[in-house]
Design a protein around this ligand. Structure first.
Ligand code: RIB
Ligand code: CA
Length: 306
């Protein structure tokens, strides 16, 4: 299965990259401003491909949301965006294009390229607006973002959607089939001390580095949210494509709130068909994760790296 992974590394994005590159044909890793500013998400993506010996082009994208001022999550990911481990210095040069051009050119030139965004949806929205043919050529978008229930950046909104709600609006109204891995799902993929210990026991550099990444993230979540685990948000969007049996989805009409206190909320209509103002579903929303098999996949994948 061919994909483009669009991300804002970010601790969970880094794990999503390692998971995707072992199981899917990743044609490119595009970066976007999100968890930290673009220069650092891009630097982090280059460091992760170096860590894994991954031969996939890294392509820099949008340096800020479509309309809103940039909004970052240094409280979770640290100043570098990947605080915690020592990471190898990048050797691979950046791919020369802008991510939006790369996405358009790749999707026009190659059939059946799925998009897997795990950060704010700025690059995806720009590509859809610049090249309308993409909406018919992209078979599916599997994204990490939104929530059926609670938010994290605000009571209502999840970070990726909150950071660029207008971009999310473009994606959710594009007509492209969407798998949405939101917070209600990704919090079922919580990493704690035992998973970190399993990673350290792999005995390889990647396991040790990812353990250090997650140790930092668990500490940040304890500080910011008083939770004793770190949800592996972004790997859920990748796992949904690797093994569809890992996640149960339900079709809902999802509306992105653009203004007011609920800005960035993904309002999912769970009422029955035909209820007042009911609309046809525009997304498959993740409901239930097979947590054991998800972690078995993750550990087995990281074992395969140097
Ligand atoms: O809300 C979680 C999402 O925001 C994840 O993608 C994380 O990496 C941050 O981008
Ligand atoms: Ca992310």
């Amino acid at each position: 299965m061919k994909i483009i992974l669009d991300c804002d590394p970010g601790h969970d994005d880094a794990v999503a990259m390692l998971l995707a590159c072992q199981h899917l044909e990743v044609l490119g890793i595009t970066t976007v401003s999100g968890n930290v500013p673009l220069e650092r998400t891009t630097e982090n993506a280059l460091k992760v491909v170096e860590l894994g010996g991954i031969k996939v082009p890294v392509v820099r994208g949008a340096h800020r949301p479509l309309v809103r001022e940039p909004h970052h999550a240094l409280d979770i990911h640290g100043r570098s965006g990947l605080d915690g481990p020592e990471l190898p210095q990048p050797v691979t040069p950046l791919h020369g294009q802008h991510a939006v051009e790369f996405i358009i050119d790749t999707v026009l030139a190659t059939d059946e390229v799925r998009l897997v965004p795990t950060g704010p949806l700025t690059n995806i929205a720009l590509a859809l607006r610049l090249e309308p043919r993409l909406a018919k050529r992209v078979p599916e978008i599997s994204l990490m973002g939104g929530s059926l229930t609670f938010g994290n950046r605000t009571a209502a909104a999840e970070f990726n959607i909150y950071a660029d709600p207008e971009a999310a609006q473009v994606v959710f109204t594009s007509g492209i089939p969407i798998k949405m891995s939101g917070l209600n799902l990704t919090h079922q993929a919580g990493v704690g001390r035992s998973e970190i210990a399993q990673l350290r026991q792999l005995g390889n550099r990647t396991g040790t580095v990812v353990a250090a990444m997650l140790e930092f993230a668990v500490g940040a979540y304890a500080q910011v949210y008083d939770q004793d685990y770190y949800p592996l948000h972004d790997p859920c969007a990748v796992a949904a494509l690797i093994d569809p049996s890992l996640i149960q989805f339900q079709p809902y009409f999802v509306q992105v709130m653009l203004e007011g206190p609920a800005r960035g909320m993904t309002l999912c209509d769970q009422r029955r068909r035909g209820a007042p103002y009911w609309q046809e579903p525009n997304a498959q929303v993740g409901i239930k994760l097979d947590r054991k098999r998800f972690f078995d996949l993750l550990i087995d994948t990281l074992r395969q790296y140097p």
